[in-house]
Design a protein around this ligand. Structure first.
Ligand SMILES: NC(=O)c1ccc[n+]([C@@H]2O[C@H](COP(=O)([O-])OP(=O)(O)OC[C@H]3O[C@@H](n4cnc5c(N)ncnc54)[C@H](OP(=O)(O)O)[C@@H]3O)[C@@H](O)[C@H]2O)c1
Length: 310
C-alpha cells in the first residue's frame, strides 16, 4: 500500500514538473517553444492577448491556449501547477527583418521618437515584471526569460533606448523573483531556420570581416566597432532558441551564474523620454545563454542528446 502511494506521488510530481506555462506562446519565438515542448510530451499552456494563433497546425491541438493580457489580467489559473514559466513577451516595431540586415537601419532611424521609446519600454518592461511576480506567487519553480543579446544592447542602446530600458526591467524582475532559478536566453536576432539572413553573414567572408574588426579594435583604445560587429553577427535560428528555452525550462542545461556587463544609455523620463549624453556600466548576475554562439552551442548539444532519446 505504502509503495503504491509513493508510486502515485512520483507520477503526480513528474506530471506537475512537466507542465509549462509559456507567456507569449502565440508569437514567433513562443510558437516554436510551444511546438518543441509539445513534441517532448510536456503539457503546455500558452497565455497571450490573442489566444490561439490563426494557423491550424496539428501540434497546436496539444496546447491549452488562454487569451489574457499578462500585464493587466490575473494569470494565476494558467500558472497553477506549472513547474516552469517561460516569458516570450516583448518586442520592437513589429517590422520584419530584411534578408541582409541593411533594410533594418532605416527602421531603427524611423523609430527614434520619444513616443516610440515609451511604447518599446511599455511592451518589454511592465508585462514581464508582472509575469515574473505572478509566476513566483503561483509557486512556479523555474523561470525562463527571452531577453536580448548584450552585444545588441551595447551596439544599439543609443538608437532604441526605450526597448533596452524595458528589457533591463524584465531582467531585473526575473533575477529579483527567481535568482538562480531563472535562465535568461538572449538572442541577437532570430529568424526562420535556413533563412537567407543566416547565409548572408554565416560565411567565411563575414567571419573574416568580423575577425578583422576585432583585431583593429584591439590595437587602438576604442575597442571593436559594435555596429560593424552587430551587422556581421549571424542571427539565431528560431528552432535553436526554442530548443535552449525548452531545455532551460526542464532544468536540463548546465549554466553557471555569470556577470553580464552592458552599457546602459541613461534616460530622462521627467517629460517623455530623452536620451542623456552619458551612459553607465550595468552589471547583472544571472544564468545567461547570451548571443548567437552560446545559443548555437547549447542547442546543438541538446539536440544531439534528444536525438539519442535522452
Ligand atoms: N524576433 C527577434 O529577432 C528577437 C531578437 C531578440 C530578442 N527578441 C525578444 O524575444 C521575445 C519574443 O519575440 P518575438 O519575435 O517572438 O515577438 P512576437 O512575435 O511579437 O511575440 C510576442 C508574444 O507576446 C505576446 N504578448 C505581448 N504582450 C503581451 C501581454 N501583455 N500579455 C500576454 N501576451 C503578450 C504576443 O501575443 P499578443 O500580441 O496576442 O498578446 C506574442 O504571442 C521578445 O521579448 C523580443 O524582444 C526577439
Amino acid at each position: 500500500m505504502m509503495m503504491l502511494r509513493c508510486a502515485v506521488l512520483a507520477v503526480l510530481t513528474t506530471a506537475a514538473a512537466l507542465k509549462t506555462c509559456v507567456i507569449g506562446g502565440s508569437g514567433f519565438i513562443g510558437k516554436a517553444v510551444c511546438k518543441t515542448l509539445a513534441a517532448k510530451g510536456v503539457a503546455v499552456t500558452s497565455v497571450s492577448r490573442s489566444g490561439r494563433p490563426a494557423d491550424a497546425e496539428p501540434w497546436m491541438d496539444q496546447v491549452d491556449w488562454v487569451a489574457a493580457d499578462a500585464g493587466n489580467d490575473n494569470i494565476a489559473a494558467a500558472l497553477d501547477g506549472a513547474g516552469a514559466c517561460i516569458s516570450c513577451v516583448g518586442g520592437f516595431t513589429g517590422a520584419k527583418a530584411s534578408p541582409t540586415g541593411t533594410g533594418d537601419i532605416p527602421v531603427l532611424f524611423a523609430s527614434y521618437s520619444p513616443q516610440d521609446q515609451e511604447e518599446y519600454r511599455a511592451k518589454n518592461g511592465p508585462p514581464n515584471e508582472a509575469i515574473a511576480k505572478a509566476a513566483k506567487e503561483a509557486g512556479v519553480g523555474r523561470y525562463v526569460l527571452v531577453g536580448v543579446a548584450a552585444d545588441a544592447e551595447n551596439g544599439l542602446a543609443g538608437g532604441i533606448p526605450g526597448y533596452f530600458e524595458g528589457k533591463a526591467d524584465a531582467l531585473d524582475a526575473a533575477v529579483r523573483n527567481f535568482g538562480a532559478d531563472a535562465v535568461v536566453v538572449c538572442p541577437h536576432e532570430v529568424v526562420e531556420p535556413g533563412s537567407a539572413r543566416i547565409k548572408a553573414v554565416d560565411n567565411p567572408f563575414a567571419r573574416f570581416a568580423r575577425d578583422a574588426n576585432k583585431a583593429i579594435g584591439s590595437v587602438g583604445y576604442r575597442g571593436e566597432d559594435l555596429v560593424t560587429k552587430l551587422s556581421l553577427t549571424p542571427p539565431s535560428s528560431v528552432d535553436d532558441v526554442a530548443t535552449v528555452v525548452a531545455a532551460a525550462a526542464a532544468s536540463d542545461l548546465d549554466i553557471d551564474v555569470s556577470t553580464r556587463t552592458t552599457r546602459r544609455v541613461l534616460l530622462d523620463t521627467s517629460n517623455g523620454i530623452k536620451t542623456l549624453d552619458e551612459s553607465r556600466e550595468y552589471n547583472v548576475e544571472a544564468r545567461f545563454v547570451d548571443g548567437t554562439d552560446a545559443i548555437k552551442e547549447k542547442a546543438s548539444g541538446k539536440v544531439a542528446l534528444w536525438n539519442s532519446g535522452v
